[in-house]
Each structure stands twice: as structure tokens, then as C-alpha cells.
Design a protein around this ligand. Structure first.
Ligand SMILES: Cc1cc2nc3c(=O)[nH]c(=O)nc-3n(C[C@H](O)[C@H](O)[C@H](O)COP(=O)(O)OP(=O)(O)OC[C@H]3O[C@@H](n4cnc5c(N)ncnc54)[C@H](O)[C@@H]3O)c2cc1C
Length: 481
């Protein structure tokens, strides 16, 4: 009988516990304890279902291209729940010209963009979003393909430097920065391009030009029809709920905060704060550490100071505010999924409500089944320094700020019938330049600590599919021996 501790019940920890339960059903002799500090499993994954609205407080779906979440949903019998994004309406807007005096205007991103890279240069030509100079930079990128290929940097670089080399400053400011901060809440000047934009780095190596790379890949993939994003009708939390339903209830300890882990000969001792379900400390053959990276780092300090040092990273906070309106006609929004606010807009209007917003989603247009008939659901996203400032504010104050920020851009808003505010402090670890090398060193150190696994969004990807893949893979590797 092997005893395994899973520390942290977010997507990563629950996916690991789910896989352990599966292995146990298949005959592996396992006894597992899943320690979760809060009284709820799912961590950042949380869906509020209220009055016909399906409100995502954290992730609202996942990138379809990464197959592991979809595979899991199918395995859990959720085929009828699988919901693709409404890609026929997929338009994203960028707020341009915002300042303390002007709200700015929403300009649509040209069709066929993959992040900041266009597949269709003709669509780009017609777009009012970019100046003539930026359009020239885009065209020039294809012409410079050989030169770019020959000059591929030997080491990692920041996202800012990568985007600037290919397309120049305007594209970086208008699209690169808001797109990346919309996902990572971070600063493009420090984010590692190899860690967060690996497919584009691979394209640069193969083709030099990213536009050319995307076009060639598009040709290869013609016929493959899938939406860009996938979610579940009843929300992403269903994935967690269904996994939890397969985990033996006696394995799960809620309200159980792990305070220490220590190597104990060939085994591990896990110390938990006293609570109804906690027995002080307990011994295990393996520990799967799936708590947020800040917590994991402090737990690792006494196990390996060197490993803990490699786990030191910046993390960005996020604040999400959702508003449900019963009558969509009273909340007119342009067709599309939502808009991004470039950081440059915020520079000009610091201190103003609109300045703090990073992005907003027109939820009912991005996915079906998110609102009662005729309703509208808007979701505002604050990240980075703005989210940090909001962390100490009350819900009413945050909701009022979010409402003002949205109204400034979209026009007056009626009263919402449902409002949800969530703060996620230091929830998005920043993969800084050199991240992959640091993780490779961390893996080497972990080789010396058999039975210890680091899971979660601090290491090998922040998206739900990455976390599911990682958690399940770690379990299979351990159980196989
Ligand atoms: C606002 C927002 C939107 C996002 N949108 C998307 C999206 O659309 N698609 C996507 O794929 N990804 C998205 N992400 C990223 C993704 O949601 C996260 O990376 C992921 O949910 C993190 O899961 P995790 O298990 O690593 O960590 P967490 O969800 O943080 O879980 C860690 C758990 O550990 C527990 N814990 C902490 N300390 C202890 C302790 N000492 N002992 C025991 N338990 C402890 C915590 O209570 C928590 O439940 C988004 C993230 C945010 C913040």
C-alpha cells in the first residue's frame, strides 16, 4: 500500500487525485489524502450559477488546441456538455485613443489574427487599427523571413523583444502587450517568450517569418474544424465536480492547511494545521505539491533551499467582476467576444476608472448557454498593479469601479440583476525570461528527492489543459514506478 499526499485542491491537485482514484480502481494499492486549505475544491476554477446565469469567476474555458481538458471531459461522460466558442462571431476589439479626457474607441482586430500575427495580410490592409507604418512592418516581416531565421537568438528573450523584432513597437503596444497581459496579467518586458509563446518561437526557427509560418500551418490544418476555445455548458467547475465525484470521499480533507513537509528517510512527513479533519502530521510515500507556487516555495524551503530559490517568481493578481443584465437590448455591445485595453491607454488616464481595466468579455456572445433568455453577461478583468490596488477594496467599491470603467467605454449601463466579484491574489505566476532553464534545473534537483512532485500553474503552463496533463502524468509516472 502506497500513501500519497496531494497538497492543494485546485485544478492541478484535483486532476492528480482523480488519476490516483482511477489507478486505485484499476487495482493499484493506494491510499491518498487530498489536503485543501479552503472549504471548496477547484481553487481558481469556480462557476457561480444564479438566476439562469452561468458566471465564471476564474477560467471561462480553455484553448481547444491543447487536447487534455477535452479528453478529460469526454472521459468523464461530459460529451453533451462540451461547448465550443461562437467562432462565427469571433471579433475582439482594442481600445484606442483613451486618455483622461477621452474614453477612447473600440477598434476591431482584423480577421484571421492569431494573437498579434495575421494570417491574411489583405484583411490587415483594410483595418483601421494599425497605422500605415505598422502595416508596412507586417508586410516587411514576410520579406525579412530569411534574415529573421538566420538571426534567431540563442537564448531566451522577453515577449516584448520578440514581438518588436518581428513587427515593431506599435504592434507590441496595441496587441502584444494587451493580449499577453489579458492572459498572464503580466509585463511583456519580463515574460519569457520561450515559456509563453513556444509555438511562435518554433515557427521562427522553421520559417523566420511568423506570418509565413502561420500560413503554412493553416494550409496543413485545412479541413480540421474546431473552435478556438472550449468550455462546458454548466461551466468549467463541472469538470472539477465530476472528477471529485469519482474520488473516494474519505481521501478528501477540506479546511486542512499544510504547514510543513519534510523528508523522513525514504518517506515524507506532512504537517497540517490542527483542524477537525487533521491529525497533526502524517507519513507518506509521495507528496504531490499542488498548492500555489508561493505556498509551495515556502514549504520547500526546509526540504531544499536551492529548489525553493528556483521557485521564487513574480505573480500577478487578478480581479474579475461579472454583471448579469436581464435585457440585452438595454446593454448594447458590438458583435464579438470582448475587448482589450492596451497598457498605453492606461498611462494617459492614470487614476481614472477606465484606466484600470485590462479586458472585458461579452460572455453571452462568446458562449451560448450563459444567460437566461434575452439576457446579457459582461465580465471585466483587472490585472497587474490595478488588481493589486483593488485587492484591499470592498466588493461594492470594486463593482462600482468596474461598472464605471465599462460604462465609460460602452455607454450607460442599467442596473445589473446579478453581480459577482472575485479577487485572486498572486494567482498568475509570471514566467520570466529564463523560466524554462530554471524549471530544467528544478527538475534535476527533484530527481534527488524521489516521491516529490511539483504541480500547478507555476511550472509548465498556466492553462487548464496543461495542469490536467501534468497532474495525470505525474501520477502515472509514480504509479508505474
Ligand atoms: C481570472 C483568471 C482567469 C483565467 N482564465 C483562464 C482560462 O480562461 N483558461 C485557462 O485555461 N486558464 C485560465 N486561467 C488560469 C487557470 O485558471 C489557473 O492557472 C489554474 O486554475 C490554477 O490551478 P492550480 O491548481 O495550479 O492552482 P489554484 O487554483 O490556485 O489551486 C491551489 C489550491 O491550493 C490550496 N492551498 C493553498 N495553500 C494550501 C496549503 N498550505 N495547504 C493545502 N491547500 C492549500 C488553495 O486553497 C487552492 O485551492 C485563469 C486564471 C485567472 C486568475
Amino acid at each position: 500500500m502506497k500513501r500519497i499526499a496531494v497538497v492543494g485542491g485546485g485544478m492541478a491537485g484535483v486532476a492528480a487525485a482523480y488519476e490516483l482514484a482511477r489507478c486505485a480502481r484499476e487495482g493499484a494499492e493506494l491510499e491518498v489524502v487530498l489536503f485543501e486549505r479552503s472549504l471548496r475544491l477547484g481553487g481558481i476554477v469556480e462557476t457561480v450559477r444564479k438566476g439562469g446565469y452561468v458566471i465564471e469567476c476564474g477560467p471561462d474555458g480553455w484553448v481547444t488546441e491543447k487536447p487534455w481538458a477535452l479528453e478529460l471531459a469526454r472521459e468523464l461522460g461530459l460529451d453533451d456538455e462540451i461547448l465550443g466558442s461562437n467562432d462565427d462571431q469571433r471579433k475582439t476589439y482594442v481600445l484606442v485613443g483613451a486618455s483622461s479626457e477621452h474614453a477612447g474607441t473600440l477598434q476591431v482586430m482584423p480577421d484571421g489574427m492569431r494573437m498579434m500575427v495575421p494570417m491574411d495580410l489583405e484583411a490587415l490592409e483594410a483595418s483601421p487599427l494599425f497605422s500605415a507604418e505598422a502595416k508596412r512592418a507586417y508586410r516587411g516581416e514576410v520579406e525579412r523571413a530569411e534574415q529573421l531565421k538566420a538571426a534567431v537568438p540563442e537564448s531566451d528573450e522577453s515577449v516584448a523583444s520578440f514581438v518588436r523584432r518581428h513587427f515593431g513597437d506599435e504592434v507590441l503596444e496595441k496587441l502584444g502587450a494587451p493580449l499577453l497581459s489579458g492572459v498572464f496579467g503580466g509585463d511583456v518586458a519580463t515574460l519569457s517568450v520561450r515559456a509563453v509563446m513556444a509555438p511562435f518561437v518554433a515557427m521562427e526557427r522553421e520559417y523566420g517569418s511568423l506570418i509565413m509560418g502561420l500560413q503554412r500551418r493553416g494550409e496543413k490544418q485545412q479541413g480540421a474544424k474546431s473552435t478556438v476555445f472550449t468550455s462546458l455548458r454548466s461551466g468549467t467547475a463541472t469538470l472539477v465536480e465530476r472528477m471529485v465525484a469519482t474520488i473516494p470521499p474519505e481521501w478528501i480533507r477540506l479546511g486542512a492547511t499544510v504547514r510543513t513537509i519534510a523528508r523522513d528517510g525514504q518517506r515524507w512527513t506532512v504537517g497540517c494545521s490542527e483542524g477537525e479533519q487533521c491529525r497533526g502530521s502524517d507519513r507518506f510515500d509521495a507528496v504531490m505539491l499542488a498548492a500555489p507556487v508561493d505556498v509551495a516555495r515556502s514549504l520547500m524551503e526546509r526540504v531544499s533551499a536551492e529548489a525553493a530559490a528556483l521557485m521564487t517568481m513574480e505573480a500577478s493578481s487578478a480581479v474579475v467582476v461579472a454583471f448579469g443584465f436581464p435585457d440585452a437590448t438595454k446593454v448594447p455591445v458590438p458583435a464579438g467576444f470582448g475587448f482589450l485595453v492596451p497598457p498605453v491607454s492606461s498611462v494617459g488616464s492614470s487614476g481614472r476608472a477606465g484606466s484600470m481595466l485590462l479586458a472585458a468579455t461579452f460572455v453571452d456572445q462568446k458562449y451560448d448557454c450563459r444567460v437566461p433568455t434575452g439576457g446579457r453577461l459582461l465580465r471585466a478583468f483587472f490585472g497587474g498593479a490595478a488588481a493589486e490596488r483593488l485587492m484591499g477594496c470592498g466588493n461594492d467599491e470594486i463593482a462600482a469601479l468596474a461598472r464605471m470603467a465599462l460604462a465609460r467605454i460602452l455607454g450607460p449601463l442599467p442596473d445589473a440583476e446579478v453581480t459577482v466579484v472575485r479577487r485572486w491574489p498572486r494567482s498568475l505566476p509570471q514566467y520570466a525570461v529564463g523560466h524554462l532553464e530554471r524549471m530544467a534545473k528544478l527538475d534535476e534537483l527533484l530527481d534527488e528527492l524521489p516521491g516529490l512532485y511539483l504541480l500547478g500553474n507555476g511550472y509548465r503552463g498556466v492553462g487548464l489543459p496543461d495542469l490536467i496533463r501534468d497532474g495525470r502524468q505525474a501520477v502515472r509516472a509514480y504509479v508505474r514506478g
